[in-house]
Design a protein. Sequence first.
Length: 266
Amino acid sequence: MASSAPIGVFDSGLGGISVVREIRREMPHERIMFFGDSEHAPYGTKTPEQVRALSEQIVEDLVAQGAKAIVIACNTATSAAAAALRDHYNLPIIGMEPALKVACDRGHGRRQRVIVAATPLTLREHKFAALMHRFESGHTIFPQPCPELVRIVEEGRLADHDLVMRTLHGYFDRYDLDSIDSVVLGCTHFIFYRDYFRELLPDNVAIVDGNAGTVHHLDVILESLGALAPDTAEGGATLTNSDPSPRVAALAEELLETGGETGLRR
């Protein structure tokens, strides 16, 4: 039986809006409730216990509002809280992890050299260590924390080309980028930098993210439960945030509608 109940999506801030955009594109009949916790961003520099407590409160609120599934649109929160949330709630909890498998599989058996750009906490957590362990014998993997990329999005400074490129060079100039096969965008905030990464990286370096795979997994799970919205339903997204300022509300709407593209004007 179809379900018109909304999908709850949350993130440490505004990065998860990139996932909301992907859901709207691939599942246009679904209603989405997005909550960004910009007041407490970034999660990537907090302890796992802090992230878990924040995530549990957000999910409790989304479930109380009738969410039929939860998407943790945050690699950091997935690492810290997904297991506990799945133990507590009897509804689909869809998490995210850096798309390292996708990057490694691009080699079709050939050894790949992959940079994983993510938050410090994502890269420190056991979940990423286990993921990396699966692939490091056959591939060369470089974990690269990029905490300032979260702050730039949250501060609405994506349009500052010089700031963004200076920050990216600070993180990536240490690598011989001509020898790299892929860069994995292991944080939903980083999706908004895709064109900046394209400017930074040689043409042969692939840019990989996990948004499409996450949304496909959500679609499959809801279909298996008979919980997809009917084809006649009118989908849409509502955006709320722990930071109630008009600046954050306006920035969230801009990111939803433009995907940060306005931030690439020089």
